[in-house]
Design a binder for this molecule. Structure first.
Ligand code: SAM
Length: 506
């Protein structure tokens, strides 16, 4: 991973050469490489198209001197001038702006106390850039690609840059928002571990800019820059002003990209698992093996994301202590109403009182959070927030008690089993999974988010009602739940409506 303020990782010649072959660099190309380092792309261009005219810019004078054997190279800081001003061309062939800008984020630069960043006033001048680059994840590479796109965009040219795949997404999103004249784009994955020892999803990002044609903000995806002829695995890009992971899948189900009729919740958090989480032996037992005799109304079966994801959601293996029924509720009464629980919590007070999160500050002692009436609904639909596959599970009571999910899960609460199984079968329908897969970038750290789930309008998914009802009936039977098929039919297409008033409760 580039680890200094200049993102100084020189591209191996073999990779640079292959990247330029993918671009189909013509004989008469004009090649411009900002942040050219030792000039890997200039050298590759000289190899692929010896008659090309080549310019480079590099901040490090020694590197610039080394690169100058492959073209005309200026020692300068790319943040301080407009890129087209750096070259005075002698030929007039098609223009290619290529290279490997520094992969370093604003947060990393801040840690290094570096000022190798674009001047603030330059950012402010450009619509929308301020907000985009304000995030600590803003990457210098992203800024340089956008700078090249903006500054050269009055003429047709081809851009080819090595970057993190996330940068390619941000660039296309931003390009669409300011209507840059992008005619065509593609990403070809590279093995960043092999070439740069970087554990990150990265690509060769190519963009054809042409002010004369209708813009297109979708990007064809290819698995391997060394196999450019292999069929594309799909396209990501901007549809209806939204960035989506798979354009074709999305178009088929886009109607359901809206607002969930139900409120998605995160599970409960307590930040002291050694105290709050107990083993079900089946009695509540500490991890150290001490069997506890706590007031049962404060101890609930617990499931975590791995239980949900792996299908272990019908096994009762863990308990969790819930000392209040909602966040912020008083706990001091426990001393008299639940003295055994109180004494257990007090004997573990050091671990609980020492919790770092500010959420517990100035709250009743032994508070947990991320819970409320919805936590105690008998039925739930849950999904793991940490796994990279969308699997929704119906959660039914265990030990005749509502199950509590921890904060690695997202959930919907239900009182009615028929409604719960109908919603579960819609969420697991191929149409819903297609919508999720069209929206999710699976290489993100936490691809399934509350925001994503809240976008799924299950009433608008183009599902087959009969299939949903049949699947819902099977699910009810599997769990031994009562199922009202007339009610199920009436719910499809208007789920969540009658719950509007009850939602206040959840
Ligand atoms: C990832 S390396 C790539 C070098 C070269 N493009 C290649 O592909 O081998 C990034 C280069 O950007 C240069 N650089 C970093 N900040 C710069 C700036 N503000 N202006 C010009 N060059 C810069 C670094 O010195 C380094 O050589």
């Amino acid at each position: 991973m580039p680890n200094n303020e200049f993102g100084d990782f020189q591209t191996p010649l073999g990779l640079a050469t292959q990247c330029l072959k993918v671009l189909g660099l013509p004989e008469n190309a004009r090649v411009f490489e900002p942040t050219c380092g030792l000039g890997a792309f200039l050298e590759a261009a000289a190899e692929v198209s010896p008659a090309s005219e080549r310019f480079g810019v590099e901040i490090n004078a020694e590197y610039a001197a080394g690169a100058s054997q492959w073209g005309k190279v200026t020692t300068a800081n790319v943040f301080q001038f407009a890129l087209p001003d750096a070259a005075t061309w002698e030929t007039d062939g098609p223009l290619f702006v290529v290279g490997n800008p520094p992969w370093v984020t604003a947060a990393e630069l801040k840690r290094m106390d570096s000022d190798n960043v674009p001047p603030k006033e330059n950012i402010k001048k450009v619509k929308g850039l301020d907000a985009l680059l304000g995030s600590s994840n803003f990457d210098v590479c992203e800024y340089i690609i956008l700078k090249a796109l903006r500054e050269f965009s009055s003429q047709p040219f081809v851009l080819g840059m090595l970057c993190k795949t996330q940068v390619a997404r941000n660039v296309i999103d931003y390009a669409a928002s300011i209507a840059l004249p992008i005619a065509n784009a593609a990403v070809y994955r590279i093995d960043a571990m092999r070439w740069f020892d970087a554990a990150v999803d990265a690509c060769w990002f190519t963009i054809e800019v042409n002010p004369a044609v209708e813009p297109n903000y979708t990007v064809a995806m290819y698995e391997d820059v060394f196999k450019p002829e292999a069929p594309s695995t799909g396209r990501f890009g901007v549809v209806d002003s939204l960035l989506v992971a798979n354009v074709d899948k999305y178009i088929a189900v886009r109607e359901a990209d809206g607002k969930s009729p139900y409120v998605w919740r995160s599970g409960m958090k307590h930040d002291a698992s050694s105290v709050f989480e107990l083993v079900a032996t089946p009695q509540p037992t500490t991890k150290a093996g001490q069997q506890l005799d706590l007031e049962p109304e404060y101890v609930f079966p617990l499931l975590k994301c791995t239980d949900v994801f792996r299908g272990r959601h019908r096994e009762h293996t863990k308990w969790v202590i819930v000392p209040q029924m909602e966040f912020g509720a008083a706990t001091n009464h426990l001393e008299t109403t639940a003295p055994r629980l109180w004494s257990y919590l007090e004997s573990n007070a050091a671990a609980i009182d020492g919790r770092k999160s500010s959420i517990y500050r100035n709250r009743p002692r032994f508070s947990v959070f991320g819970h409320g009436a919805y936590t105690f609904a008998p039925y739930k639909i849950a999904i793991s927030g940490l796994h990279k596959e969308p699997i929704f599970r119906l959660i039914a009571p265990l030990n005749n008690q509502p199950v509590v999910l921890d904060d690695t899960c997202y959930l919907l609460p239900f009182e009615d089993p028929t409604e719960a199984v109908v919603v579960a079968s819609i969420l697991n329908s191929p149409q819903c999974i297609a919508l999720i897969e069209s929206l999710v970038f699976w290489d993100s750290k936490r691809p399934i988010t509350k925001k994503l789930l809240s976008r799924i309008d299950i009433n608008k998914l183009p599902v087959d009602a009969e299939t949903i009802i049949a699947n819902a009936a099977d699910l009810a039977e599997e769990y031994g739940l009562s199922f009202d098929s007339a009610k199920a039919s009436s719910l499809i297409g208007r789920l969540g409506e009658q719950a509007e008033s009850e939602l206040a409760l959840f």
